[in-house]
Design a protein around this ligand. Structure first.
Ligand code: FE2
Ligand code: FE2
Length: 225
């Protein structure tokens, strides 16, 4: 771990340790998952630790305090955030990490900012932190589907994100909760990417296709089929 990152991790961890014990234990469980995933996906453990210690710094703050901090740090506030200010704790933490803790690692900041709702385009580190946050031991005991998401995340991180988003969709509809537009935009993009033929060979023109098909028929004819 570089000296800069080590000093930032120590400072952010010290701040997190001033928060309620239950929340600190959650972050410790997330850290175990995040480091496991970081090893699978060849991510720097120091940057992973920095984003993990920082992600819930403002999770336990009162709703009115979260709204105040969001306005103070210039975080955009959607009507959905007004109704549920806890959704702002990631973006607030990212802003404070940048301003007060001098964190300049854009991917670590994105990981902190987007760990609740996700984003259309996420660096690997952000995907790891989001999934680790959702599959830590207590959460996968509460929601069985998170066990499958956890296993999947070590094989296909994007598919794990999409499965989590599907589970979240069902959960929100079941409880009559609204979906945040930022999450919905991210989810829509993940679905589109999943169905895009990214792994398929490039498309060819109809004429090229017909020519190749004639070749195949001719060879088949010659070989007696
Ligand atoms: Fe959080
Ligand atoms: Fe968390």
């Amino acid at each position: 771990m570089g000296a800069d990152i080590a000093a930032q991790v120590a400072a952010v961890r010290a701040e997190m340790l001033t928060r309620p014990g239950g929340l600190v234990r959650h972050v410790e469980r997330v850290l175990r998952e995040a480091l496991d995933l970081a090893a699978t996906w060849d991510l720097d453990p120091g940057r992973t630790e920095l984003a993990t210690w920082g992600h819930d710094l403002f999770r336990a703050f009162a709703p009115e305090e979260q709204l105040r901090l969001a306005r103070e740090t210039g975080v955009p506030v959607y009507p959905e955030d007004e109704r549920s200010p806890v959704l702002l704790h990631g973006p607030i933490a990212a802003a404070v990490l940048h301003e007060r803790f001098a964190v300049t690692d854009e991917e670590a900041l994105a990981a902190v900012r987007d760990h609740t709702l996700g984003d259309r385009r996420m660096p690997l580190l952000a995907k790891v932190i989001l999934i680790a946050d959702k599959v830590e031991e207590h959460k996968r005991r509460r929601a069985y589907a998170m066990r499958a998401v956890r296993r999947l995340a070590h094989r296909d991180l994007d598919l794990a994100l999409l499965c989590w988003a599907d589970w979240k969709w069902v959960d929100e509809r079941t409880h009559g909760w609204e979906s945040h537009p930022l999450h919905w935009a991210a989810r829509t993009e993940w679905v589109r990417e999943h169905h895009a033929e990214l792994a398929m060979p490039g498309r060819i023109s109809d004429a090229e296709f017909d020519a190749s098909a004639v070749g195949v028929r001719f060879q088949s004819f010659q070989s007696g089929f």
